[in-house]
Each structure stands twice: as C-alpha cells, then as structure tokens.
Design a protein around this ligand. Structure first.
Ligand SMILES: Nc1ncnc2c1ncn2[C@@H]1O[C@H](COP(=O)(O)OP(=O)(O)OP(=O)(O)O)[C@@H](O)[C@H]1O
Ligand SMILES: [Mg+2]
Length: 203
C-alpha cells in the first residue's frame, strides 16, 4: 500500500492483522524504522513464526531446519548488522544461510520458512510497515528472496505499506519489483475540513 502520511496505511495493516484468520496463516507484523536494519527486525518475527509452525506435526522437521537456518542467518549477518540481538542456539547446518551475503542468505532462509509453512499447511504473511525506511541494499535482498520463493510457489506473502516513494525505491533495488507487486494507492476515506465536517457534506 502506498500513500501520503496519515492516510491510514498503518490503520489498514492493523485491520488486516486483526481480521486475518490466524488459524490459517502465520501473520507477523514488522515496523521498519530508520535506526534498525531489516535483518534485525525480521529475525525475531521469523523466529516466532517458525516456533508456531513447529507445533504442527507434519511440519516439525522442516520448521526445525528453518530454525537452524535462522540461527545461521543471525550469526552470519551479525558482523554486518550489529543490531541483531536475538540469541538463537539451534545447531547450525553448514552451508545453510550462512555465507554472510545478505541476498543469498535471506533467500535460503525464506525458502526454508516457506517450506515449513507449506508442510504446516499454512502461509507466512509478512505485514511490513513504513517500508520507506528500509535501506536499498536490504530492500533488494528482501525482494530477491521473495522472488525466488514465489518461483518455487512457496506460501510466503508480503503486505507492505509506505510512502509513495517505495515504488520507485523497490524498482531501483530490483528492476523486476515493478511487475512483482501490486501497489494499491491509499487515499483518505473521508476528507475532513478544519472544522471536522466531511467535505462531501459541503458540496
Ligand atoms: N479510514 C480511517 N478510519 C479511521 N481512522 C483513520 C482512518 N484513516 C486514518 N485514520 C486515523 O488517522 C491517523 C493516521 O493514520 P495512520 O497512522 O494509519 O496513517 P499512515 O498512512 O500510516 O501514516 P504515516 O505515513 O505517517 O505512517 C490515525 O490516528 C488513524 O487512526
Ligand atoms: Mg503509518
């Protein structure tokens, strides 16, 4: 969702979160900020989602592999993103999301999470607010990970919100981002005058 400040994007994301059937999806809510890196924000959200998936018998093995991938990912990225503050001590698996390159590791991680979601017969829904704050290389990594996951038809979806410039920023980060996402434009539902009377009532 793209739209100017105050049009209600966050209010809509919150509505999605509350109206989602949480028995059918694993919905995680992440608020981007200027001061935090994307890996540090995604790590605890993915941790929670994988723990929930691991309670489903059919998904135990793939969720456990996802948790090992997450542990390797957090360790491998800590050198670059010192704000990653979760301690995960799942046995790492050599070669899984651990080469230190954000693009490749986030892709490997998201593939594991997507596989766990599929095994659990659920879908991971990432509700990501204020995407304009995500640094371009980090945004590029997220887009390429989602692209790969969608090629593999794994059940992972991003519902993002941000100021109108996120469309151009996503396109700069990865040229195919323009075609990969819908960019619904959010307008204020009711335009109020300074005395609080809906504009339509004055026409
Ligand atoms: N359709 C709506 N119904 C009720 N309240 C709304 C609606 N749209 C916006 N608001 C209210 O307007 C204020 C701003 O909305 P919100 O924070 O969702 O905007 P935003 O688009 O996320 O802004 P920003 O770009 O600054 O993050 C909030 O107090 C919110 O509750
Ligand atoms: Mg907002």
């Amino acid at each position: 969702m793209v739209g100017r400040r105050g049009v209600g994007k966050t209010a809509l994301l919150n509505l999605f979160f509350h109206e989602t059937d949480h028995s059918q999806t694993q919905c995680v809510r992440v608020d981007a900020t200027e001061s935090r890196s994307l890996p540090s924000m995604l790590t605890p959200a993915f941790h929670l989602a994988l723990l929930r998936m691991s309670t489903v018998d059919a998904a135990k093995a793939s969720a456990a592999r996802g948790l090992r991938a997450l542990s390797s990912f957090a360790r491998g990225q800590k050198a670059k993103f010192a704000d990653i503050d979760v301690e995960l001590d799942y046995e790492p698996e050599a070669g899984l999301a651990d080469n230190g390159d954000l693009d490749g590791d986030l892709t490997a991680l998201l593939i594991q999470i997507g596989a766990a979601a599929k095994a659990a017969d659920t879908a991971l829904v990432i509700l990501l607010d204020d995407m304009q704050y995500i640094e371009e290389a980090q945004l590029a990594a997220l887009i390429s990970a989602l692209h790969r996951v969608s090629q593999l038809v794994l059940p992972v979806i991003l519902v993002g919100a941000g100021l109108p410039q996120i469309r151009g920023r996503a396109g700069n980060a990865k040229s195919y981002a323009e075609r990969m996402f819908d960019y619904p434009e959010i307008e204020p539902v009711i335009q109020q005058t300074s005395i609080g009377v809906p504009m339509d009532a004055l026409k």
